[in-house]
Design a protein around this ligand. Sequence first.
Ligand code: RB5
Length: 154
Amino acid sequence: MHFLKLAIGADHGGFMLKESMMEFIARMGHEVMDCGAYSLVPGDDYPDFAAEVAKAIQRGDAGRGILICGSGVGAGVAANKFEGIRAAVCHDVFSARQGVEDDDMNVLCLGERIIGAGAAREAIRAFLQARFSQAERHLRRLNKVRSMEKEFFK
Ligand code: RB5
Protein backbone atom coordinates (compact mmCIF):
# COMPACT_ATOMS: atom_id res chain seq x y z
CA MET A 1 0.00 0.00 0.00
CA HIS A 2 1.39 3.41 -0.95
CA PHE A 3 0.23 6.35 1.12
CA LEU A 4 -0.81 9.60 -0.48
CA LYS A 5 -1.31 13.21 0.41
CA LEU A 6 -4.83 13.83 -0.73
CA ALA A 7 -6.67 17.14 -1.22
CA ILE A 8 -10.45 16.92 -0.86
CA GLY A 9 -13.11 19.51 -1.57
CA ALA A 10 -16.88 19.76 -1.90
CA ASP A 11 -19.62 22.30 -2.36
CA HIS A 12 -22.97 22.13 -0.53
CA GLY A 13 -24.05 19.31 -2.89
CA GLY A 14 -21.21 17.10 -1.68
CA PHE A 15 -20.46 18.40 1.80
CA MET A 16 -21.97 15.57 3.83
CA LEU A 17 -20.29 12.86 1.75
CA LYS A 18 -16.96 14.71 2.01
CA GLU A 19 -17.15 14.75 5.79
CA SER A 20 -17.71 11.00 6.02
CA MET A 21 -15.17 10.14 3.30
CA MET A 22 -12.45 12.20 5.03
CA GLU A 23 -12.68 9.94 8.05
CA PHE A 24 -12.60 6.83 5.87
CA ILE A 25 -9.54 8.03 3.91
CA ALA A 26 -7.65 8.98 7.07
CA ARG A 27 -8.38 5.54 8.55
CA MET A 28 -6.77 4.00 5.43
CA GLY A 29 -3.58 5.81 6.46
CA HIS A 30 -3.55 8.61 3.87
CA GLU A 31 -2.97 12.25 4.76
CA VAL A 32 -6.08 14.30 4.00
CA MET A 33 -6.00 18.03 3.27
CA ASP A 34 -9.46 19.57 3.60
CA CYS A 35 -9.90 22.29 0.95
CA GLY A 36 -13.44 23.16 2.08
CA ALA A 37 -16.28 23.74 2.27
CA TYR A 38 -15.81 23.77 6.03
CA SER A 39 -19.52 23.96 6.75
CA LEU A 40 -22.73 23.36 4.84
CA VAL A 41 -23.44 26.64 3.02
CA PRO A 42 -26.36 26.17 0.60
CA GLY A 43 -25.28 28.94 -1.81
CA ASP A 44 -21.60 28.06 -2.21
CA ASP A 45 -20.06 27.35 -5.64
CA TYR A 46 -18.22 24.20 -6.75
CA PRO A 47 -15.57 26.03 -8.87
CA ASP A 48 -14.15 27.57 -5.70
CA PHE A 49 -13.41 24.17 -4.14
CA ALA A 50 -12.27 22.65 -7.43
CA ALA A 51 -9.74 25.50 -7.67
CA GLU A 52 -8.42 24.86 -4.15
CA VAL A 53 -7.94 21.15 -4.82
CA ALA A 54 -6.36 21.76 -8.25
CA LYS A 55 -3.95 24.36 -6.88
CA ALA A 56 -2.92 22.08 -4.01
CA ILE A 57 -1.95 19.45 -6.60
CA GLN A 58 -0.21 21.99 -8.85
CA ARG A 59 1.85 23.26 -5.88
CA GLY A 60 2.78 19.69 -4.98
CA ASP A 61 1.07 19.94 -1.59
CA ALA A 62 -1.12 16.99 -2.59
CA GLY A 63 -0.46 14.10 -4.94
CA ARG A 64 -4.09 13.52 -5.85
CA GLY A 65 -7.51 14.97 -5.11
CA ILE A 66 -11.14 14.10 -4.59
CA LEU A 67 -13.96 16.51 -5.45
CA ILE A 68 -17.58 15.99 -4.51
CA CYS A 69 -20.57 18.02 -5.66
CA GLY A 70 -24.16 17.04 -6.35
CA SER A 71 -23.36 15.08 -9.51
CA GLY A 72 -19.56 15.28 -9.62
CA VAL A 73 -19.85 16.87 -13.06
CA GLY A 74 -19.48 20.57 -12.26
CA ALA A 75 -16.50 19.98 -10.00
CA GLY A 76 -14.83 17.87 -12.69
CA VAL A 77 -15.45 20.42 -15.42
CA ALA A 78 -13.94 23.17 -13.27
CA ALA A 79 -10.93 21.12 -12.13
CA ASN A 80 -10.01 20.26 -15.72
CA LYS A 81 -9.45 23.96 -16.43
CA PHE A 82 -6.19 23.71 -14.46
CA GLU A 83 -3.03 22.57 -16.18
CA GLY A 84 -1.88 19.14 -15.07
CA ILE A 85 -5.27 18.19 -13.65
CA ARG A 86 -6.95 15.08 -15.03
CA ALA A 87 -10.31 14.86 -13.30
CA ALA A 88 -13.20 12.51 -14.04
CA VAL A 89 -16.47 11.36 -12.52
CA CYS A 90 -16.15 7.67 -11.64
CA HIS A 91 -19.01 6.06 -9.79
CA ASP A 92 -17.73 2.53 -10.27
CA VAL A 93 -14.63 0.66 -9.19
CA PHE A 94 -13.52 -0.25 -12.71
CA SER A 95 -13.32 3.38 -13.92
CA ALA A 96 -11.83 4.63 -10.66
CA ARG A 97 -8.98 2.12 -10.95
CA GLN A 98 -8.48 2.16 -14.71
CA GLY A 99 -8.64 5.96 -14.82
CA VAL A 100 -5.43 6.00 -12.79
CA GLU A 101 -3.73 2.97 -14.34
CA ASP A 102 -4.30 3.99 -17.97
CA ASP A 103 -5.00 7.74 -17.93
CA ASP A 104 -3.09 8.97 -14.87
CA MET A 105 -6.30 10.54 -13.54
CA ASN A 106 -5.32 12.58 -10.49
CA VAL A 107 -8.71 13.87 -9.31
CA LEU A 108 -11.67 11.59 -8.61
CA CYS A 109 -15.04 13.34 -8.80
CA LEU A 110 -18.13 11.99 -7.07
CA GLY A 111 -21.76 13.06 -6.90
CA GLU A 112 -23.36 12.88 -3.48
CA ARG A 113 -26.81 12.94 -5.08
CA ILE A 114 -25.93 9.90 -7.19
CA ILE A 115 -23.71 7.60 -5.19
CA GLY A 116 -24.17 6.18 -1.70
CA ALA A 117 -21.47 6.06 0.95
CA GLY A 118 -20.71 2.37 0.41
CA ALA A 119 -20.10 2.66 -3.33
CA ALA A 120 -18.20 5.92 -2.78
CA ARG A 121 -15.86 4.16 -0.35
CA GLU A 122 -15.18 1.39 -2.89
CA ALA A 123 -14.51 3.86 -5.72
CA ILE A 124 -12.20 5.89 -3.47
CA ARG A 125 -10.35 2.77 -2.33
CA ALA A 126 -9.80 1.70 -5.96
CA PHE A 127 -8.64 5.23 -6.90
CA LEU A 128 -6.17 5.42 -4.03
CA GLN A 129 -4.74 1.94 -4.49
CA ALA A 130 -4.20 2.30 -8.24
CA ARG A 131 -1.01 3.56 -9.85
CA PHE A 132 -0.32 4.76 -13.38
CA SER A 133 0.95 1.74 -15.32
CA GLN A 134 3.72 3.60 -17.19
CA ALA A 135 2.95 1.34 -20.18
CA GLU A 136 4.33 2.76 -23.40
CA ARG A 137 0.93 3.23 -25.05
CA HIS A 138 -0.48 5.00 -21.99
CA LEU A 139 2.57 7.26 -21.71
CA ARG A 140 2.20 8.10 -25.41
CA ARG A 141 -1.47 9.06 -24.88
CA LEU A 142 -0.69 11.03 -21.73
CA ASN A 143 2.01 12.93 -23.60
CA LYS A 144 -0.54 13.80 -26.30
CA VAL A 145 -2.85 15.20 -23.61
CA ARG A 146 0.08 17.19 -22.18
CA SER A 147 0.87 18.56 -25.65
CA MET A 148 -2.75 19.72 -25.96
CA GLU A 149 -2.42 21.55 -22.65
CA LYS A 150 0.77 23.23 -23.82
CA GLU A 151 -0.83 24.25 -27.09
CA PHE A 152 -4.21 25.46 -25.82
CA PHE A 153 -3.71 26.58 -22.20
CA LYS A 154 -2.52 30.14 -21.79
C1 RB5 B 1 -25.35 22.46 -6.75
O1 RB5 B 1 -26.69 22.55 -6.48
C2 RB5 B 1 -25.06 21.46 -7.86
O2 RB5 B 1 -25.41 22.01 -9.08
C3 RB5 B 1 -23.60 21.09 -7.81
O3 RB5 B 1 -23.29 20.53 -6.58
C4 RB5 B 1 -23.11 20.08 -8.83
O4 RB5 B 1 -23.97 18.98 -8.91
C5 RB5 B 1 -22.76 20.56 -10.16
O5 RB5 B 1 -22.37 19.78 -11.04
